[in-house]
Design a protein around this ligand. Structure first.
Ligand code: ADP
Length: 472
């Protein structure tokens, strides 16, 4: 696998080599040019100085006879060679002493620097120097024919070569440092990505407790944080899935054990198949049916698959209808039902079947938890808002208050959770599945509403359902 760090490293290497190479090459080029310019200016000034001295000499002496003695003193360095020719072109002075008496025209030296006194040419100066790989000498200084840049003498060329090679060495060192620093930074930058990739494969292997440790404060740090919170939520939903399966298995086992025990007892002749035994089997079968129905409803509404059939609903009529259905059960238990709906209540948009299910669950709980002689009061009212319960829109509130045993504060916060039972054994023996309030909460939330409960142990409980009034 070609890793990201190799790719980044390769790209970096290319950039460093190209940019440092280009920079060193261009710097070399411009250094050579600048240096030649500098040498050219030096030569021009030198030639000018020598010319001035020579014309002074000629002015004093009136001839070039003793020039050879002076010429040696005018040399700047051992690489230079000065040649003086008189006005007829015959060489009268040569620091090398080789060409004395020769004709400059014959030697092809026709373009020297004029030496003149009062505008009258008295001779010519030739400034030559020995150059690299060429012992013969070249013209330099002013008036060098055919060459815009002067040839450099050996010392100058060596100096330039040293500078240029220093530039290449500096370029190479800079490139090496840039590469090392770049590779280090690349590794640093790709470290969080490697950590994330390790994390992802751990999660894929089912290790949901794994968390990525990245302390950088940049986008990768944010990504790691989102990754960790995604894993946390995955972990939570996995745990809740496992808990749900365990809860369902537990809830199914109890009625099934009763049914199995009773049926086995009847088969073995231990129990008579009388009404009491068969009634118990029937009761447990009904509980199983209810449990499965409740689970189906809950999973539908929780997964968002429940399609509400919304229609304008008169909530008071619906409550009345529901009360008449449970009236008999309440009367049998000796519980008094009371409706309090004096206000003008607007129709609201609800799925009346689902709202009936909500009321059925709340009323059946209230009847179940209220002792004989107790009272259940159902009230319907409207509010414009209720910040204490985060109700910001006008809503219809249905409250069901009983005078039952009440719910202890430590249970009150949990009663809307799946399979939560305050009074464990009794609730089940009374036909509760532990899903009633969870269904109520999900159904009401699907309507855009809210549920909450208030309770005082020994005094009773009140359950509230708030449903928003929507403009129709
Ligand atoms: P269950 O099927 O067990 O009634 P619910 O979800 O309807 O399940 O209720 C959860 C728990 O809340 C019940 O087991 C009970 O302890 C408590 N509860 C619900 N309604 C009332 C009430 N009106 N009075 C007292 N406790 C209640």
């Amino acid at each position: 696998m070609r890793s990201l760090s190799w790719k980044l490293g390769g790209a970096l290497l290319l950039i460093v080599v190209v940019s440092v190479g280009l920079m060193a090459y261009l710097t070399n080029l411009s250094t050579t040019r600048e240096f030649q310019e500098y040498v050219s200016q030096g030569n021009t000034m030198y030639a000018q100085r020598v010319e001035d001295t020579l014309s002074q000499f000629y002015a004093q002496e009136g001839s070039w006879t003793k020039i050879q003695d002076l010429l040696g003193n005018l040399l700047r360095s051992g690489n230079d060679r000065l040649i003086v020719a008189d006005s007829s072109g015959i060489i009268v002075g040569d620091t090398a002493g080789e060409w004395l008496g020769r004709d400059t025209a014959e030697a092809g030296m026709d373009d020297g620097n004029q030496i003149s006194i009062d505008g009258q040419e008295v001779g010519k100066l030739y400034l030559l120097s020995s150059t690299v790989g060429d012992g013969r000498g070249r013209m330099r200084g002013r008036g060098v024919p055919g060459s815009p840049m002067p040839a450099l003498d050996i010392a100058e060329q060596n100096f330039l070569d040293r500078i240029n090679s220093s530039l290449w060495v500096a370029g190479l060192i800079a490139a090496a440092i840039a590469l090392l620093a770049g590779l280090f930074l690349t590794r640093q930058m790709t470290r969080p990505i490697r950590a994330l990739s390790r994390g992802a494969s751990q999660i894929a292997r089912g290790n949901l407790g794994y968390r990525v440790k990245i302390d950088s404060k940049d986008e990768l740090g944010d990504l790691a944080q989102s990754f960790n919170s995604m894993v946390s939520s995955l972990d939570r939903s996995e745990q809740s899935r496992q808990r749900l399966i365990a809860d369902i298995a537990h809830e199914l086992r109890t009625p099934l054990t009763v049914i199995e025990g009773t049926v086995n007892g009847i088969i073995d002749g231990v129990f008579e198949p009388d009404n009491e035994r068969l009634g118990s089997v029937k009761e447990q079968t009904a509980l199983l049916t209810k449990l499965i129905g409740d689970l189906r409803d809950l999973s539908l509404v929780e997964s968002g698959q429940l399609k509400l059939k919304l229609a304008p609903t008169n909530v008071v009529d619906l409550v009345r209808r529901k009360l008449s259905q449970v009236e008999l059960r309440a009367r049998e238990k000796g519980v008094h039902l009371n409706l309090n709906a004096n206000q003008e209540i607007p129709d609201i948009s609800t799925d009346s079947d689902r709202l009936e299910q909500v009321l059925a669950n709340l009323l059946s709980n209230a009847i179940r938890h209220t002792p004989a002689g107790g009272k259940i009061t159902i009230a319907v009212e409207t509010v414009t808002s209720d910040s204490a319960h985060q109700i910001m829109k006008p809503s219809v509130i249905i409250s069901i208050a009983d005078t039952g045993e009440g719910i202890a504060p430590e249970h009150l916060a949990n009663v809307f959770e799946r399979f939560y039972r305050g009074g464990e054994s009794r609730a089940r023996s009374e036909g509760g599945t532990g899903l009633g309030l969870a269904i109520v909460k999900q159904m009401v939330q699907a309507h855009g509403g809210k549920v909450w409960a208030e309770s005082k142990v020994g005094k009773g409980s009140t359950f509230y359902v708030a449903l928003p009034v929507t403009d129709s």
